[in-house]
Design a protein around this ligand. Structure first.
Ligand code: UDP
Length: 315
């Protein structure tokens, strides 16, 4: 296959580039480098089946030659980024998805949308199944991401139904691993960097909010299987093993052998407004249709992530 990956220099996009190349496909990575970084793909420079194009996909996308698949992963993806880049976040989810769909239609390519557990907002049902419609505040700080991704899903389904485009939608739950940005503000890089420096771990509120963390290699496997499957409706991919943020902080301290303490803070800015109280994927659909489930234990995934951050943080 010849595959276009938007957001190809980002955390998930770059791991997808690696996977598709390893399977023998040709990969074009496209990224405007707003939150992506060429360091994530520099090991691919010179690879005969890899090509990078710096481009903002909210503008018309030109790709020469045939394409078999378009994977649309371009977007800021951290709550801190939504605060800093609210309009680019809305634009890439809305205009960027439209351009990527238009390209897939012109090339008669399969299209896969990177959607998110954020479409469920601050969920009123738990765990979240794909048929839940969600509880999203359209005008809150997260609305720029949540609503853009909800629009992106609607647009993708419209291209499927109206144009007959062959589409897939993955709803991605909290994912972590090497190549996350140290400064992206999410809990995994924050806690690991704090623990490695010996600084206090900043738990927001009382740390009773929950998340379930999926290692990036598990996520990539789920996405690969979804693309190859015939499932045209959204599928949750994530790790269902849920824990409180306080317990997560303790786990990071343990695995880094850190002397850090835990500090409880109430951010005065918008960082935790509308922060979902609980989140856990119901992965029955992925298990049944894709035969997929996560295999990497939190301890093992975190150990790899800590080793990735260690030289960067102590520099
Ligand atoms: N969080 C925290 N301390 C931090 C960063 C995040 O306690 O330094 C909390 C945040 O309030 C949320 C959870 O960790 O409840 C996960 O936040 P993250 O930004 O990683 O992603 P989200 O799942 O909210 O999109």
């Amino acid at each position: 296959m010849r595959v276009l990956i938007t957001g190809g220099a980002g955390f998930l996009g770059s791991h997808l580039c690696d996977r598709f190349l390893a399977e023998g496909h040709s990969v074009i990575a496209m990224d405007n480098l707003l939150t992506g970084n060429t360091a994530n793909i520099e090991h691919l420079a010179g690879h005969e089946r890899f090509h990078f194009i710096k481009h903002d996909v909210t503008n018309y996308i030109y790709v020469e030659g045939p394409l078999d698949a378009v994977l649309h992963f371009a977007s800021p993806a951290s709550p801190i980024d939504y605060l800093e880049f609210p309009i680019p976040t809305l634009k890439v989810g809305a205009l960027g998805t439209h351009k990527a769909l238009g390209l897939a239609k012109a090339k008669n390519a399969r299209f896969l949308l990177a959607s998110t557990s954020e479409v469920y907002g601050d969920p009123l049902i738990h765990p979240q199944t794909e048929d839940y419609w969600g509880n999203v505040n359209p005008i809150g700080p997260r609305g720029v991401y949540d609503e853009a991704k909800r629009f992106a899903e609607a647009m993708t389904m419209a291209y499927q139904r109206y144009h007959g485009l062959d589409t897939r939608i993955v709803r991605i739950f909290n994912t972590y691993g090497p190549r996350m940005r140290q400064e992206d503000g999410r809990v995994v890089p924050n806690f690991i960097a704090q623990a490695l420096r010996g600084d206090p771990l900043t738990v927001y509120g009382k740390g009773q909010r929950t998340r379930a963390f999926c290692f990036v290699s598990d996520l990539v496997e789920g996405i690969y299987r979804l693309l190859m499957s015939n499932e045209k409706e959204p599928v949750n991919i994530g790790n269902p093993s849920e824990m409180s943020i306080l317990n997560f902080a303790k786990k990071v301290i343990e695995l880094t052998n850190s002397t850090s303490e835990i500090t409880f803070i109430e951010p005065t800015d918008m960082r935790i407004k509308d922060d979902p109280k609980v989140r856990r994927p119901d992965i029955t659909k992925a298990r049944t249709i894709l035969g997929w489930e996560p295999t990497v234990l939190l301890e093992d995934g975190l150990a790899q992530t800590i080793e990735y951050f260690r030289p960067l943080v102590l520099k």
